[in-house]
Ligand binder design. Structure first.
Ligand code: SF4
Length: 711
């Protein structure tokens, strides 16, 4: 078995990180044996156990320098923590549901700083069981604080993140890897010592985020010391954005190859190299060292074919994963829910034009949709393999047309899954399309709104107006689909007044129930964006455009307009935190800021006015699709089987015949629908009524409720 795929400490606690099952599926489909190891979850399970807490006590005792209020509290309540840790972790893993009432009681678990921040039960619309999972999650976060006090580089699902945030040089990371003397380093070595890796030729790591680089390099170093003959490979999202211009040879003391972008072809080539079938110069999108210098073999223009494969979750013990409910917001919770399988409908972004985004990089700009029949096959195989049926589509932005095709196939094949994913607030997500998505199991969407100010959206080249986005949000929400909006503040050219307007519209979106959650990010200039490329056009100056020898992504810049938007970050976050709890939705938006701000130019009923205005003209190129099953005529009655039961009408014969034919010919189980113009042309002329009279009748509204959609 030549390849071991490793997820380093720490990626996520709730389910395996998608890159490993994905690569495992591709390698297996190409006849390459491989195995996987989630080192992060193995270590997390040790940290949150009696063994881990005892080790923490020993660590504290051996190092008198570790002294602060977190440690004092832990030592004082140590026996209570030792008694409760394993029942609580097992409860969070859904194995011990009867613990809920104890968790809810005031004195079962010790409560420290994070537990003290719990939103009171009366404030949130959630049942006792879910609330107890929330309280148990905060208890775990309290314990995390004790570990952090002795190992400051550790974060709940990150390790050494600060060191890896766009460091121009490698020195600090190198030092930490070589020193290898903190508690997490010790656990990495102990975990690795448990297994024998002699059978593997290649050890490959995914490094998706900055908080995984240090753990990956420490693990790689362990392999270099203990198995010097193995080939060590790094790849993943962090590498793809930060290390594209790598010149630092020292990192190759720990690894042999570093790959860019989609990992399957580079990895298959490295395997061929290890089998002496190709030379190093034939590797694809791969850095290596030669005569002390970093060399890059690109060869990305040579087409390499490989079998696609299905993400393979064999070898992952799903019971190891711990979902933490850090918030009771139903949308925000999805990110940490347990055992969500990951797929994507396309590589790249179908829009790939937003000025702040890494649109010059292949993972955004090269849009390649998947065949829906392959996705359906993946879903069947993955649900059969894991017994799970929740999917997160991790596309940069799910294209509406693919979402429609996927939904039609899921309904046709009667595949019952729930799913959610990332979108743009594209107006192609009409109310009917959203109804189709909901019927096919869509429960939530995460959209990049970025700004609620049209001039800023235009500068960002977002391709969506505020009005379009409001209607699109309504289309999702009116079909019971949860909506999250990512927001950006401080985009070049955005004034304080623009941001006040944007925040005011956001308030109104929450007030109208169009958003379930949102998050404000500070704009960051990245080297791979249009804003960096054409900085003059965006009225910013970039004092230093030179490449660093190590990481290159975030870039310092000067906003020539001198905007003072930075001071608004806290107020924006405070406002959204409260809006998500449904608190103070009517308060003047300026009251959330400790600053003197201009009055919003946006009128109080701005969002409501958009919702009340009629913009629902029928495009006759669209298709009528019936989501229910067949229709029949019995005696004079037409019987139609809708999505939630049967409806019956007595109609003039010619109209009943026409409607029966329309329903059967547009039924999702047998066709892709009937064009509206065809339906209009076939409407019986003998009836004395026109098609427009028919669609203004309440029967037409009933049909929509029963499963008729126009897509
Ligand atoms: S921000 Fe999202 S929608 Fe815009 S280009 Fe990037 S991935 Fe695409």
């Amino acid at each position: 078995m030549p390849v071991m795929l490793i997820s380093p400490p720490f990626v996520q606690l709730n389910s395996p990180y998608s890159a490993i099952p994905y690569l495992k599926g591709v390698l297996s489909a190409n006849g390459i044996g491989c195995s996987s190891l989630d080192l992060g979850i193995a270590i997390a399970n040790r940290l949150f156990s009696v063994e881990g807490l005892n080790a923490l006590c020993e660590f504290i005792a051996s190092e008198p320098k570790f002294k602060n209020e977190d440690i004092d509290f832990f030592i004082k309540r140590k026996s209570e923590y030792l008694e409760t840790i394993e029942p609580v972790v097992s409860f969070l893993k859904d194995k011990n549901p009867s613990l809920a009432s104890k968790v809810m009681s005031l004195n079962y678990m010790p409560k420290w700083k994070m537990s003290e921040t719990a939103v009171p039960h009366d404030f949130v619309n959630t049942d006792d069981f879910e609330y107890s999972r929330y309280i148990a999650s905060l208890y775990i976060e309290d314990i995390f604080l004790f570990y952090k006090a002795v190992c400051p580089e550790y974060d709940l699902s990150k390790y050494g993140e600060k060191l890896a945030l766009s460091p121009p040089v490698f020195d600090n990371i190198y030092r930490s890897v070589v020193q290898n003397d903190d508690m997490i380093s010790k656990l990495i070595s102990e975990e690795l010592n448990k297994n024998d890796y002699s059978d593997f030729n290649i050890i490959a790591f995914t490094v998706p985020f900055p908080g995984t680089l240090l753990g990956a390099l420490k693990t790689a170093r362990w392999f270099k010391k203990n198995y010097p003959d193995k080939i060590i490979v790094l790849g993943g999202g962090y590498i793809n954005t930060e290390l594209r211009s790598l010149k630092e040879p020292k990192i190759f003391e720990f690894v042999d190859f570093i790959c860019l972008d989609d990992g399957e072809v580079p990895l298959i080539k490295i395997i061929k190299y290890s089998q002496k079938k190709i030379a190093k110069k034939d590797l694809v999108r791969t850095f290596y060292i030669e005569e002390g210098k970093v060399v890059y073999s690109d060869n990305s223009d040579i087409k390499s074919s490989f079998n696609r494969g299905t993400p393979d979750y064999s070898g992952f013990n799903m019971d190891d994963y711990v979902p933490l409910i850090e918030t009771l917001n139903p949308m925000m919770r999805l990110w940490s829910e347990r055992n969500t399988l990951k797929l994507r409908l396309a590589r790249g972004c179908y829009w790939h034009k937003c000025a702040f985004c890494d649109t010059t990089l292949p993972y955004i700009k090269n849009f390649e949709p998947e065949e829906i029949k392959n996705i359906i096959e993946d879903i069947k195989l993955m649900t059969a393999q894991t017994g799970l049926n929740t999917f997160h589509f991790t596309d940069e932005a799910i294209p509406p047309a693919l979402a429609v095709k996927l939904s039609i196939e899921l309904i046709r094949e009667k595949i019952e899954i729930t799913w959610w994913g990332n979108i743009r607030f594209d107006k192609a997500f009409t109310e009917d399309v959203c109804k189709l998505l909901y019927t096919a199991g869509c429960i939530a969407v995460v959209g990049g709104m970025e700004s609620c100010c049209d001039s800023t959206l235009k500068n960002m080249n977002k391709g969506v107006s505020v009005e379009d986005a409001v209607r699109t949000m309504y289309n999702f929400k009116s079909n019971s689909i949860l909506v999250h909006a990512y927001m950006i503040y401080g985009f070049p050219g955005e004034t304080v007044a623009d941001l006040v307007d944007s925040a005011e519209v956001l308030r109104q979106l929450f007030k109208e129930g169009l958003l379930d959650s949102a998050y404000w990010h500070r704009f960051a200039l990245t080297r791979h964006s249009e804003v960096f490329k054409y900085s003059g056009r965006f009225n910013i100056s970039v004092p230093n455009r030179e490449l660093n020898p190590f990481a290159n992504n975030d870039v310092n810049y000067i906003d020539i307009s001198g905007s003072e938007i930075d001071d608004m970050g806290n107020g924006l976050k405070k406002a959204v935190y409260n809006f998500m709890l449904g608190i103070e939705l009517d308060k003047d938006i300026r009251s959330w800021f400790d600053l003197s701000l201009p009055k919003p130019k946006i009128k109080k009923g701005f969002v409501r006015k958009i919702l009340d205005s009629n913009n629902y003209g029928v495009n006759t190129d669209r298709r009528i699709l019936w989501l229910g099953t067949e229709a029949h005529i019995r005696k004079k009655i037409i019987e139609i089987n809708g999505i939630s039961g049967k409806i019956e009408y007595e109609l003039p014969k010619d109209i009943a015949d026409w409607l029966c034919k329309l329903i059967n010919e547009s039924c999702i189980f047998s066709t892709d629908g009937v064009k509206i113009q065809v339906a209009i042309a076939s409407f019986p002329k003998t009836s004395g009524l026109g098609f427009s009279d028919f669609i203004n009748n309440e029967i037409w509204d009933d049909l929509f409720d029963a499963g008729l959609i126009i897509i």
